[in-house]
Design a protein around this ligand. Structure first.
Ligand code: DGJ
Length: 685
């Protein structure tokens, strides 16, 4: 059984396939005894109060499983509530319940009449546990200034390291590895969206590499302001707390009200970062909205025409797109209102009559006639000051009274906590999707949420409501239009998280579509998110004319074949010879896409080494994509060693050569790459 309770020792054992978590009931609720590779619970005993010296009392409290501020706790707490000077909350264990794959533990604060339920959900096959809590108030209204989802505490590691993703617009998901010293490292967003600067995910390890060593990892499923605090205490405890950001987030919890948290998923890998990623990818494909069938090859005209979309240009592009094998044609920004540039139109979700005099259906029918599906772009949270919507409803945006609200990309943010805003957005989406045959919706969000203001009681509820309304609308969309795939975009990778992945089938990871720079973004992205959610386009970046370097057609395609493939090139300008090349690459991709989107990913070699290589495997085939940065005279390119094959099975390349698995894994295959920015796609059957 996965969840056990030892009555005499008062210890809970949470077992997944290859990990154990041990929690003991103590005088302050729960105590974290252990988390890591499988152990036997009978070898553990309840915690003993430990002090370092009289100067350092109660250091054992550092391992509280859900630390609550009470005036006598020194490390980062998960819960802070009450008026200043009266924050002393003393929760005690009250009861617990074990259901199949869930443990719930109820803690009570008698004086303040607060109940805290800690919920643990086990995902056995993936070695993942989710943590969340519910705080219920039966007493007087109380100010909650922090309610995190939970904390995870590692075994004592001598030299723990932290891996996380950082970046900025057009340079998202860059991997950083840092050695943890005593202190707190905070990863967070205060921008209302998860943001491209940090992703709500992390990994901790001592001696891990791509395919070896132990990794403890975590992801917070939240699409608004979030915070992950990683701390190494001077007494050698390493832990990570995660939750909705408590920055500018006070909230009064009234009598009878409860507050819950997003889920904090934590997991353990004994096979390095590669093992971590494969567990997460599989987990996402099993429990999240990723589609069961491979994503269609799409065309998107954003980089080809920008705001200059109209029936003529789109039909011309659609014709060529269909010719080369595209299956989904997407109209991006610019189809509505007075949207001729980024200065106007957001909020006015009616078809622009000059661009589409006969409405959208003329284009949609044409696209369908060519055998493709149709998709469209929206940015429902935003409004331009130059729009009919803003003129009619200037008070629908976030603003601080008597202060000019901040403009970013010439737009304001709609206050999603207002019911009338929610209704407006649902209405326009309903009209758009029910009146037109739309199979794909790209939901964009191109600025931070600012100017959030609440007259009294703090901004917590309002900020939370924004995300809850977003989720409500996405849930409603998925239920009402189950055949419409939803993409989460935020000027690129500003909203990549497990919260929105409950409904999104894919992410737009970055506005950077340079095929070389994408390799780094893709390496970071796939640490935590499934390749099948990572949309990749071939575009005119850096240019299409060149047939050398990273603008080589094959190089661009190979880079974009690492996830669901899209085309963003101005294909109306391409000659027949290049179009034929595009067509054959798209054809090639269709042969491997199931493996890429649903297979197991092995990152064989990091692009940071000068040779990037990834492998995708399933029962049918092994796909290896390799990217040489630059050849160095006289230096041999190492054979590419594959992973996860069956040693005595034979694997055959399309040119007829065949190799046994052990040879491919131990000696590798010679790569025929040379010069600058060369690439190849090897398919073994
Ligand atoms: C940002 C997105 O990331 C782009 O793909 C494009 O949709 C633009 N917004 C449109 O304004």
């Amino acid at each position: 059984t996965m969840i056990l309770y030892d009555e005499t020792q008062k210890i809970f054992t949470l077992n997944t396939r290859r990990s154990t978590t041990l929690l003991a009931i103590g005088e302050n609720g729960l105590h974290s005894l252990y988390w890591g590779g499988t152990v036997s619970p009978e070898d553990f005993y309840p915690p003993q109060p430990v002090s370092h010296a009289s100067f350092d009392p109660d250091i054992w409290r550092e391992r509280d499983e859900y630390p609550i501020f009470n005036g006598r706790i020194f490390t980062e707490p998960c819960l802070i509530a009450g008026e200043s000077g009266k924050k002393a909350l003393f929760f005690k264990y009250q009861s617990h319940e074990v259901m199949d794959k869930r443990l719930s533990v109820v803690l009570k604060e008698e004086k303040m009449k607060l109940t805290l339920t800690l919920l643990y959900d086990l995902f056995e096959d993936f070695d993942i546990i989710s943590r969340k809590v519910i705080l219920k108030n039966d007493g007087e209204p109380i100010n909650v200034s922090r309610l995190f989802s939970g904390i995870c505490t590692l075994p004592e590691l001598a030299e723990p390291n932290l891996r996380y993703l950082t970046g900025q617009w057009a340079g998202e998901c860059q991997i950083r590895d840092v050695k943890l010293e005593p202190g707190v490292t905070v990863l967070q967003s205060r921008r209302g969206i998860p943001g491209p600067h940090f992703n709500p995910s992390f990994a901790m390890y001592e001696n891990a590499e791509e395919e070896t060593g132990e990794v403890w990892f975590g992801l917070l499923a939240y699409s608004g302001n979030w915070k992950i605090s990683v701390q190494k205490t001077v007494f050698g405890n390493t832990q990570a707390l995660a939750g909705r950001n408590d920055f500018d987030a006070d909230e009064i919890l009234g009598k009878g009200e409860s507050l819950d948290t997003p889920a904090f998923y934590t997991g353990f890998s004994e096979n390095g970062f590669g093992g971590m990623s494969r567990k997460l990818h599989d987990f996402q494909r099993t429990y999240f909205a990723t589609r069961k069938n491979a994503r269609p090859v799409l065309y998107n005209s954003w980089e080809a025409t920008y705001f200059d979309v109209n029936i003529k240009s789109q039909m011309a592009l659609a014709k060529k797109a269909a010719d080369i094998g595209v299956e989904l044609f997407v109209v991006d920004d610019g189809w509505f209102g007075r949207r001729n540039n980024d200065k106007a139109g957001l909020g006015d979700w009616t078809v622009n009559q000059e661009k589409f005099p006969n409405g959208l259906d003329e284009l949609i029918d044409y696209v369908k006639g060519l055998g493709m599906e149709f998709g469209i772009w929206v940015e429902p949270e935003a409004v331009n000051p130059d729009s009919d919507l803003f003129h009619a409803r200037p008070d629908w945006i976030y603003y601080i009274p008597d202060v000019e609200p901040m403009r970013a990309r010439n737009q304001y943010v709609l206050d999603f906590s207002l019911p009338e805003v929610k209704e407006y957005v649902k209405d326009f989406l309903y009209k758009l999707i029910s009146e037109h045959d739309i199979k794909f919706l790209k939901w964009d969000m191109n600025r931070p949420v600012t100017d959030v203001y609440t007259k009294s009681g703090g901004n917590g509820r309002r900020r939370r409501k924004h995300v809850e309304t977003l989720y409500e609308i996405w849930a409603w969309l998925s239920e009402t239009f189950p055949r419409v795939a939803l993409e989460s975009c935020s000027g690129g990778g500003g909203r990549v998280d497990l919260g929105i992945l409950q409904w999104a089938s894919e992410f737009w990871p970055s506005d950077n579509t340079d095929p070389y720079e994408r390799l780094f973004i893709q390496e970071g992205f796939t640490q935590f998110y499934a390749p099948g959610t990572m949309t990749c386009w071939v575009t005119d970046t850096p240019d299409t004319a060149g047939r050398i370097g990273r603008s080589r057609t094959a190089y661009k395609f190979h880079s974009s074949m690492c996830g669901p493939l899209g085309i963003g090139v101005d294909i109306s300008k391409l000659d027949d010879e290049i179009l034929a090349e595009y067509k054959s690459h798209i054809e090639e991709y269709k042969q491997i896409r199931d493996t890429v989107q649903f297979g197991e990913l092995y990152r064989l070699s990091s692009p940071r080494t000068g040779l990037g290589a990834v492998q995708y495997s399933d029962e049918k085939q092994i796909v290896a994509l390799a990217f040489l940065h630059s050849q160095i005279f006289g230096r041999k390119i190492k054979p590419l060693r594959l992973r996860g094959l069956q040693p005595d099975r034979r694997y055959t390349l399309s040119d007829g050569r065949s190799f046994s698995g052990c040879t491919l894994m131990n000696k590798g295959i010679e790569l025929n790459l040379s010069g600058d920015f060369d690439s190849c796609c090897l398919v073994f059957r």
